[in-house]
Design a protein around this ligand. Structure first.
Ligand code: PLP
Length: 388
């Protein structure tokens, strides 16, 4: 019989895999399912980026092994983007690591820094992939509740002293998945001071960095003084350039952490296919109108969705960034019973809040990942259930 290693017991089945399987059952049964559950961008990658890949694929230079840790031209493109967008200076050779999407880096940083018995501070609700690296390291998670009453920001003063003393790593994520909250500069200042005082590494997940609403451009953690001394930021091209299937992202910031991430990657992979690296560099250095256009699309969908929800009496606080909306569950339901009901009776997939942690109970997450007319159709179907 096959005996898995002990570390595997901490790894649950991917939460979204379960959600997708449930939706697929309904689709297979012939239903017209509106999937607002998984954070999978629905629009295509901009054509100039696809073209860059096609051209690079013709070039035999990229048929060979890429350099370990990726091509310098891509790291330079990352540094260029951060300088342009955030005024942040990065040394492309020492302060940038190329990743297979943001996800791999989030798991690797935990493996790089945590020993069994260490603590990692994790937002609750939060993106479930933060849990994976911690589980593989044999470390323990201490959850930082994100409450609507505190604008979905953690309250460092309320954490247990023992957890804080044992913590070696913490994750923060704004614009936030799942709540759609953004963070002010003062929050990052407080985080940097807290991390420096307690010697905790900060992993800032900026996957939705490009997506802010009401004229607001989300702030990068690296814009704040002292950030590079205490941590790194993770970024992905998945959302900003509709490149989720391409699996490309990067980590930037503290040179020693970047060195460790690159070292662990040396043992898992060589690097991404060169053609993908060329396309990613094209995305980062080319015209950014596609990004502004995308944010405009999400902004219109957001308006349409909140407008339709208000009309049926499903009132919710407005998201400030990301492409998620975080809606309170009506009385008499849990996040799971509501999402089951919506799937079975309205053929709508939403993510139950409890999948993001205990504090996610009482909410469901809807993605702005289909057209305005389909979002309206989804709300019309909800209206027929007479829940509000
Ligand atoms: N971080 C957050 C908060 C996310 O929601 C996602 C993707 O859904 C990621 C990171 C990772 O994205 P990827 O692995 O596609 O780069």
């Amino acid at each position: 019989s096959i005996e898995p290693a002990a570390r595997m017991t901490g790894l649950p089945t991917q939460f979204f895999a379960k959600l997708v399987a449930k939706a697929n059952q309904q689709i297979a049964a012939g239903h017209d399912v509106i999937n607002l559950g998984q954070g999978n961008p629905d629009r295509p990658t901009p054509p100039h980026i696809v073209k860059a890949l096609q051209e690079a694929a013709e070039n035999p230079q990229y048929h060979r092994y890429p350099p370990f840790n990726g091509y310098l031209f891509l790291k330079e493109a990352v540094a260029h983007r951060y300088k342009e967008d955030y005024g942040v200076d990065l040394d492309p050779e020492k302060e940038v690591a190329i990743l297979f999407g943001g996800k791999t880096g989030l798991v690797e940083i935990a493996q790089c820094l945590l020993n069994p018995g260490d603590v990692c501070l994790v937002p609750d609700p939060g993106y479930p992939d933060y849990w994976s690296g911690v589980a593989l390291s044999g470390a323990r998670m201490a959850f930082m509740p994100l409450r609507e009453s505190n604008a979905f920001l953690p309250d460092y003063g309320s954490l247990s002293q023992d957890d804080v003393n044992r913590a070696k790593l913490m994750f923060i994520n704004y614009p936030n998945n799942p709540t759609g909250a953004t963070a002010p500069a003062s929050f990052y200042e407080e985080t940097i001071a807290f991390a420096a005082k307690h010697n905790i590494v900060v992993a800032s997940d900026f996957a939705y960095g490009a997506i802010g609403f009401e004229g607001q451009r989300p702030i990068s953690f690296l814009q704040l003084p002292g950030a590079k001394e205490v941590g790194v930021e993770f970024y992905t091209l998945s959302k900003t350039y509709n490149m989720a299937g391409w699996r490309v992202g990067f980590a930037i910031g503290n040179a020693e952490i970047i060195r460790l991430i690159n070292l662990i990657q040396d043992h898992y992979y060589c690097s991404l296919f060169g053609g993908i690296q060329v396309a990613a560099a094209t995305a980062l250095t080319g015209p950014q109108d596609c990004v502004n256009e995308l944010v405009g699309v999400y902004a219109s969908r957001r308006e349409a969705l909140y407008g339709a929800l208000d009309r049926i009496g499903w009132h919710a606080g407005r998201s400030r960034g990301s492409f998620f909306t975080w809606l309170p569950v009506p009385k008499g339901y849990t996040s799971e019973s509501l999402s089951d009901l919506l799937l079975e009776q309205a053929k709508i997939v939403v993510a139950p809040g409890v999948g993001f942690g205990e504090n996610g109970e009482g909410y469901v997450r809807l993605g702005l990942l289909t057209s305005e007319s389909r979002l309206q159709e989804a709300v019309d179907r909800v209206a027929k259930l007479g829940l509000f």
